[in-house]
Design a protein around this ligand. Structure first.
Ligand SMILES: Cc1cc2nc3c(=O)[nH]c(=O)nc-3n(C[C@H](O)[C@H](O)[C@H](O)COP(=O)(O)OP(=O)(O)OC[C@H]3O[C@@H](n4cnc5c(N)ncnc54)[C@H](O)[C@@H]3O)c2cc1C
Length: 389
């Protein structure tokens, strides 16, 4: 079997987590924080350049993704089922929309131009390792390294209590352009429950980037992988103007019911969604991937291995389990829970809860604000399953 030369880091999957990890490894090496050579193999197919992908996240400090920001807001709207909007100030956080398709292309190009990086534009058919090496298997070749980081899309784990066996977050969004300047670029919307009345938990979010352009994304959380329809939510955004669709974005991510094992061998670590970095109950990943790739590089620098990363707090795992059990049982009734969070809890606590960095005090504030009905039912269901098992 032909073999590529040996690398220090074999990164499988050149998406959000793989590209960020590669970039951060090189930056740490340039700053003298990683000893020795840093030879990286980045294994993953070339993305479709026509595919638009926009991510949004919040941060208090600059991030390595800010170069690709297409909009940033210090307040957000939350809109209830009846169409009443509440404006929520973000208390020092900025909510940023990011042109991930452009960031992805630029990062890939920069990495490919670096002599320390070998880009292998293929799909791995397996990732493995033993005491001496880790590897990615390609059809007909093996890429060998000291460490392997696996970010291939994750398995869909069954969620206890869900019917059928798994929950998903399905996204479908449109970029709309209006004929007249009728879009309010200050009015970004995090949650709009007014345009969805299906059996699942459904909402839209809106990223208005100027007076004529906005992305309206419909999101559905539930067992179905069918894509939701963003068009009912467009009317609130465009006002009276005529409008056209410039581009579409879509995708489905599993909401995993169990924490993913991170370390899968002596030299292998799962990263990104495969490593559980998508918050199971909310689908947010960008902030967690930023933190995780930083922690991996810090561990390599400090310990000489990538495994010295903080585990997810037990309270986050418990909250995810309860939230997902509630979602599985009473999806359509969770709107009041989201509205209560943004009405009754200080916003910095809510944002940390949504991303997974909540302190015990944050969690207590969130739990106190949630309407007890769906969550007590979910707790009961989880307790019964534990007893039966
Ligand atoms: C439509 C959509 C909108 C989202 N919006 C947000 C948002 O606004 N905010 C937020 O925080 N999160 C959002 N997310 C969730 C999250 O940010 C993404 O899922 C994130 O991309 C996860 O990063 P990743 O590196 O694990 O996966 P990806 O970025 O998907 O990267 C995985 C890579 O692996 C490659 N690959 C697949 N198979 C193989 C193989 N066999 N070998 C090698 N490579 C392979 C793929 O081509 C891909 O490049 C959204 C997700 C979707 C789908």
């Amino acid at each position: 079997m032909p073999e590529h030369p040996e690398f220090d880091h074999v990164i499988v999957g050149a998406g959000l987590s793989g590209l960020l990890l590669a970039r951060r490894l090189l930056m740490a090496a340039d700053a003298g924080r990683l000893p020795g050579a840093v030879r990286i193999a980045l294994v993953g197919p070339v993305p479709d350049p026509a595919q638009r992908v926009t991510f949004a996240h919040w941060a208090r400090r600059p991030t390595p993704l800010d170069d690709w920001s297409i909009g940033a807001w210090s307040e957000l709207q939350v809109v209830d089922h009846a169409g009443h909007a509440r404006v929520v100030g973000l208390d020092g956080y900025r909510y940023t929309a990011l042109a991930w398709d452009r960031a992805r292309a630029a990062l890939r190009q920069t990495l490919a131009a670096d002599p320390r990086v070998t880009v292998v534009a293929e799909r791995a058919v397996g990732v493995g390792g033993d005491a001496d090496a880790a590897w990615a298997d390609l059809p007909g070749a093996r890429v060998l390294g000291r460490w392997a980081f696996d970010s291939r899309p994750p398995f869909v784990d069954p969620i206890p209590g869900a019917q059928p066996a798994a929950l998903h977050q399905a996204f479908r969004g449109v970029w709309v352009r209006t004929g007249a300047p009728t879009v309010d670029p200050a009015a970004a919307t995090l949650l709009d429950f007014s345009a969805d009345d299906g059996p699942d938990l459904g909402f839209a979010y809106v990223l208005p980037v100027d007076e004529r352009r906005a992305m309206v994304m419909a999101v559905r959380m539930g067992p179905s992988m069918d894509l939701p329809d963003p068009l009912p939510a467009v009317a609130r955004v465009v006002g009276s103007s005529r409008w056209t669709i410039e581009a579409e974005e879509r995708g489905v991510t599993p909401l995993p019911g169990r924490p993913a094992p991170r370390r899968t061998g002596q030299r292998m670590l799962r990263i990104g969604a495969r490593g559980g970095r998508v918050r199971a109950s909310t689908g947010y990943a960008v902030t967690r991937v930023l933190a995780d790739t930083g922690a991996i590089v810090a561990s390599l620098s400090r310990h000489g291995h990538p495994f010295g990363i903080p585990p997810d707090p037990r309270r986050d795992r418990a909250l995810d389990a309860i939230w997902l059990a509630a979602l599985a049982r009473e999806r359509a009734d969770l709107e009041p829970a989201f509205l209560a969070l943004f009405r009754d809890v200080p916003v910095d606590r809510v944002l940390r809860f949504l991303d997974g960095g909540a302190s015990p005090v944050d969690v207590a504030a969130v739990v106190a604000a949630l309407p007890p009905g769906p969550f007590l039912g979910a707790l009961g269901a989880l307790a019964r399953q534990r007893l039966i098992r």
